[in-house]
Ligand binder design. Structure first.
Ligand code: HEC
Ligand code: HEC
Length: 282
C-alpha cells in the first residue's frame, strides 16, 4: 500500500514535471515560430494578401524569384496536406537540415544556412508548438527549381545553444535564427551572399509595393554606430526610423514586434561587435 502510493506520488510528480516541460516548450516554440523566426512571414495562409489567423501556417503563397518559383507549404498537422504524418524527428530534420522524410531536399527561400544553428532545445520547442496547432487542410502546389537541390551540409547530431550569460553569443544566435543577414548582407550578381561584408546592407529587395535596399547594420557611421537601443527596438518592432519615418514593409514586423527587450539588447550587442563596414561593404 505504502509502495503504491509512493509510486503514484512519483508518477504524479513526473507527470507534473513533464507537463511543465511541455508548457515551457510551447511558450518558447510560440516565441520562436510567431516571433523571432517569423515562420508565418512565408508559411501563413493568406486571403487577398491578408493573414487569416484561423488558417494558421497552412501556407499557399507563391514566393517567386528570378531563378525559381517556390510555394510555402502547409506546415499544420493536417495528415494529407500538411506535416501530420511526419514524426517529431522527421519534422525537426526538415526544419533544421532541409531534408524531408522521403529524403528530398527542401529549397529556398527557407533559410537553412541560418536554421542549421537551431539548438536541440529550441528545435524541440518549435516542433512541440507546430504539433499543437489546429490541422488545416490546404493543398499547396509544388515548388519548381531549375536544378536538383543539394543538401545544406552533413547530417547534424547535437547542436547546443549559446551560453545565456554570453550576451554577444546570444545575440549572434538570435540574429541567425531571425535570418537578419539573409537580407542585410549584400549579394553578388549570382545572388550569393558576400560573407566578407556581413551586415553591410545594400541588398536590393524587389517587392510588389516597390524596391528597397537593406540598410547597414554594422557599427559604421552609415550603420548603427550612433543608434540607441530604443531606436533599434523601434526599427525592429515598429518599422519606424529614428526620424519617425515608416520603412517599407519588407521586414516581418508583426513577428519581430514580439521580440523581448533582453533579446533586442543581445542582438544589438552582437551587431556592435561586427567590424564597421561602409554601406554595401565597398
Ligand atoms: C523566407 C520564407 C520562409 C521562412 C521564413 C520559413 N520557411 Fe519553411 N519553407 C519555405 C518554402 C518556400 C518551403 C518549400 C520549399 C520547397 O518546395 O522545396 C518551405 C518548407 C518548409 C517545410 C517542409 C514542408 C514540406 O511539406 O515540404 C517545413 C517543415 C518548414 N518549411 C517549416 C518552417 C518553419 C518551422 C519555419 C520557421 C522556423 C520556416 N519554415 C520558415 C519558406 C520559408
Ligand atoms: C526580408 C528582408 C529583411 C529581414 C529578414 C530583415 N531586414 Fe532589416 N531591413 C530590411 C530593409 C529592406 C530595410 C530598409 C527598409 C526601407 O528602406 O524602407 C531594413 C531596415 C532595417 C533597420 C533600419 C536601419 C536604418 O539605417 O534605418 C534595422 C535596424 C534593421 N533593418 C534591422 C534588422 C534586424 C536586426 C533583423 C533581424 C532581426 C532584420 N533587420 C531583418 C530588410 C530586412
Amino acid at each position: 500500500m505504502t509502495r503504491m502510493s509512493l509510486a503514484a506520488a512519483l508518477a504524479f510528480a513526473c507527470g507534473t514535471a513533464l507537463a511543465q516541460g511541455k508548457a515551457a516548450d510551447l511558450e518558447r516554440g510560440k516565441y520562436l515560430v510567431e516571433g523571432v523566426m517569423a515562420c508565418g512571414h512565408c508559411h501563413a495562409a493568406r486571403v487577398n494578401g491578408e493573414r487569416k489567423p484561423a488558417l494558421g501556417l497552412a501556407g499557399g503563397i507563391a514566393l517567386p524569384e528570378p531563378t525559381y518559383r517556390a510555394f510555402a507549404p502547409n506546415i499544420t498537422p493536417d495528415p494529407e496536406t500538411g506535416i501530420g504524418k511526419w514524426s517529431d524527428a522527421e519534422l525537426g530534420r526538415a526544419i533544421r537540415e532541409g531534408i524531408r522524410p522521403d529524403g528530398s531536399v527542401i529549397g529556398p527561400p527557407m533559410p537553412f544556412d541560418s536554421y542549421r544553428a537551431i539548438s536541440d532545445d529550441d528545435l524541440r520547442a518549435i516542433v512541440v508548438y507546430l504539433r499543437a496547432q489546429p490541422a488545416v487542410r490546404n493543398d499547396v502546389p509544388k515548388s519548381v527549381y531549375p536544378e536538383q537541390l543539394k543538401p545544406y551540409g552533413p547530417p547534424l547530431a547535437k547542436v547546443s545553444g549559446p551560453d545565456p550569460r554570453d550576451r554577444i553569443a546570444t545575440g549572434k544566435y538570435l540574429v541567425e535564427l531571425a535570418h537578419c543577414m539573409g537580407c542585410h548582407t549584400p549579394r553578388d550578381e549570382k545572388g550569393m551572399a558576400l560573407k566578407q561584408f556581413t551586415g553591410a546592407g545594400g541588398q536590393l529587395l524587389k517587392r510588389p509595393y516597390g524596391d528597397s535596399l537593406s540598410r547597414n547594420l554594422t557599427p559604421h557611421e552609415s550603420g548603427l554606430r550612433d543608434w540607441t537601443q530604443a531606436q533599434f527596438a523601434a526599427a525592429l518592432r515598429e518599422n519606424v526610423s529614428p526620424q519617425g519615418i515608416k520603412y517599407k514593409p519588407v521586414m516581418p514586423t508583426a513577428a519581430y514586434g514580439t521580440i523581448a527587450d533582453a533579446d533586442i539588447a543581445a542582438m544589438l550587442a552582437y551587431l556592435r561587435s561586427l567590424p564597421p563596414l561602409p554601406f554595401g561593404g565597398r
